[in-house]
Write a protein that binds this ligand. Sequence first.
Ligand SMILES: Cc1cc2nc3c(=O)[nH]c(=O)nc-3n(C[C@H](O)[C@H](O)[C@H](O)COP(=O)(O)OP(=O)(O)OC[C@H]3O[C@@H](n4cnc5c(N)ncnc54)[C@H](O)[C@@H]3O)c2cc1C
Length: 391
Amino acid sequence: MSGASLYDVIVVGAGSIGMSAGYHLAARGLRTLLIDAFDPPHTGGSHHGEPRLIRHVYDGGAHYVRLALRADALWRELEDRTGEKLLERSGVLNVSDPDVHSFDGRFAYAAQEGVRYETLDAKEISRRWSGWTVPDHFSGLYEPDAGYLFSERCVAAYRREALAAGAELLTDTAVLGIEARKGGLAVKTSRGEFAAGKVIVSAGAWFKSLEPSVKLPIRAVRKVVGWFEADERLYGAGHLPGFTFGGPSGGYYGFPSIGGAGVKIGRHDGGRPWQPGERFEPFGAYPEDEADLRAALREFLPGAEGRLLHGAACKYELSPDDQFIIDAHPELPGVLLAGGFSGHGFKFASAIGEALSEWTQSGIPPARPFAVLALPFPVGYRSFNPIRRSF
Ligand SMILES: Cc1cc2nc3c(=O)[nH]c(=O)nc-3n(C[C@H](O)[C@H](O)[C@H](O)COP(=O)(O)OP(=O)(O)OC[C@H]3O[C@@H](n4cnc5c(N)ncnc54)[C@H](O)[C@@H]3O)c2cc1C
């Protein structure tokens, strides 16, 4: 392959994870090309319709808590470098029916990592935030240091920082496949072929479009979010924290009304399947888009069930077990895969981008944050014999 056109790394998909990786790669002095089918940040993937929750009290293991804390530190670093407000530390209130979902599994990991939290009963929740209606037997977990990230601003900030650090970005260019060639890798796109020593694939909801080069068990689904007019005194930013709630009728998450934009609410479970190439229906295409969100507000946040101010449709990219897939390609040496962020990946994007850049540069799984996570990193995709593989 010709040395002139050879990049150290090509990142396929410059969205939440890819743009962060692109910055961290370029900052390490690697010749980096980011390729995206759109012009990120954009409204075709998983990062639009900001904000996104960032929580630190995670179930699933202490590694998630450590990764969340590392990600939080990196978001703050990005804020400091850019002078832009990216993270609002509003606190996050989690409310749940203990018969459906218990918080118990999370406490040990949080305490171990020194993350502050409070447990609250239904009465205490309604006393502190009178806009909430919580059944008596529900329980609450409040994280005072959690909050939300302005996701589109974050992607835009990483884009600017990546370009300033010397990365190149090719927008409106679809990657069609990746092939091993003598001396490196060829990335085939709608604008010709590019060569690199290493490739990171962070294609979000479009992994399927890269088959047969990359074959991951990722299932994309259509998700909707709505912004509803609310009593600003009870539901405005500055008073209401970010929130999640779960009961027999489903799992939801949301945000206070920011600058009068309305209370934002979305449903975490369910969603209509979608595949690359298929038509993607906008918010409101189905009656349940609004009705479902409205019903949840009526039950838990009744004063926030006002006029629908805005709606958006977005994509989740689900792995089989909701764990992230971060691993080396099983057949293409030099290719790293990062996908299946299953509706909870944005908060981690800063730290995962950093880890991918370390891994790419060194050829071995990174010392941080993965080592901090006590290898083997259990969010790898099992069937790929995760993490220990080097390339
Ligand atoms: C409604 C909604 C609410 C969410 N809420 C939260 C939350 O509160 N907290 C949280 O942590 N997470 C949340 N998430 C999840 C989080 O946003 C995603 O996990 C994260 O954005 C996924 O990042 P990604 O880089 O994989 O995907 P994306 O950001 O979509 O990036 C993928 C990029 O790859 C590009 N691409 C794909 N295929 C190709 C190709 N063949 N050629 C070129 N480019 C390609 C796309 O154009 C895109 O820019 C939410 C997601 C949604 C949809």
